[in-house]
Design a protein around this ligand. Structure first.
Ligand SMILES: Nc1ncnc2c1ncn2[C@@H]1O[C@H](COP(=O)(O)OP(=O)(O)OP(=O)(O)O)[C@@H](O)[C@H]1O
Length: 261
């Protein structure tokens, strides 16, 4: 039996007096495609940001790729991770955000190759070759020398996905990647993510309000409310036959608002 690639063990997270996660535990297996769904404010984004070390934790342990994320061993004792350890661990994970945050003064290909060249010391030719392969994969090979301002929102988000993939992470995190896009541009971004999900063995965690997409994309859906996993299971069961009353209410509201699940 394979070991989990991500393990949340009794994670607590507070912002001042607000406790967002209060003893959260769950595992993710290598290659799994997980959708995190739930009402606004239930802690989904916080979970991804904690994994990306953009937020610290208030308690508990997280294991990523067999190593502690926020702790390390020193002289046989467990101590908080230092910056060098966090830096090493971050390489396992890529993240795509709601806002693409491309470098406006760099062309598309330079946006993709900058991190591999600067943070991993990759030769430019190698980084550019993989950058072009990634642009091909997201359907933007003809935009390599375009500037971000010349792209649509959907194209920018596809570049952001290629940029995150350029560091060859084992885990990809997607946080509401289509919610800042005009509706007609959503599908092209979802198609790229679907392709990644189908054609790679990468572990992927998706936070989304697009239930129809979560249904198609995920192997397992986790329904959160107020920082707790209320229920989890295969998308067919969660979306068509949820067992918990809070999940039922949540999905009823989504359907009543005219969205598909
Ligand atoms: N930096 C912060 N400082 C203070 N409170 C925060 C911070 N980040 C998040 N929170 C609070 O933590 C709670 C959980 O937020 P989070 O963004 O993780 O929820 P979410 O489930 O992703 O919501 P949404 O679906 O609206 O994105 C919310 O009450 C939010 O206001």
């Amino acid at each position: 039996m394979a070991e989990p690639i991500i393990r949340f063990d009794n994670i607590r997270k507070s912002f001042g007096t607000l406790t967002v996660l209060d003893g959260l535990s769950f595992d993710v297996m290598p290659g799994e495609k997980l959708a995190l769904i739930g009402p606004s404010g239930s802690g989904k984004t916080t979970i991804l940001r904690i994994l990306m070390t953009l937020e610290n934790i208030s308690g508990g342990h997280i294991e990523v790729c067999g190593e502690q994320l926020y702790h390390m061993q020193k002289a046989g004792r467990e101590v908080p991770a230092d910056e060098a350890h966090l830096h090493k661990m971050r390489r396992h994970i890529g993240m795509v955000f709601q806002h693409f945050n491309l470098f406006p003064h760099k062309c598309v290909l330079d946006n993709i190759t900058l991190a591999p060249i600067l943070t991993k010391g990759e030769p430019r030719a190698e980084a550019e070759k993989r950058g072009m392969d990634l642009l091909d994969m997201v359907g933007l090979a003809d935009k390599a020398r375009a500037m971000p301002s010349q792209l649509s929102g959907g194209q920018k988000q596809r570049v952001a996905i290629a940029r995150a993939l350029a560091l060859q992470p084992r885990i990809m995190l997607f946080d509401e990647v289509t919610s800042a896009l005009d509706p007609e541009l959503v599908e092209e971004v979802l198609a790229v993510m679907k392709r990644l999900a189908n054609e790679t063995d990468m572990t992927m965690l998706l936070v989304t309000h697009e239930m129809g997409f979560a249904h198609e994309f995920a192997d397992r859906v986790l329904f959160f409310d107020r920082g707790h996993i209320i229920e989890q299971g295969p998308p067919d069961r969660i979306f068509t036959n949820p067992s918990h009353e809070r999940t039922q209410t949540f999905l009823r509201k989504i359907i009543a608002a005219g969205h598909r699940v």
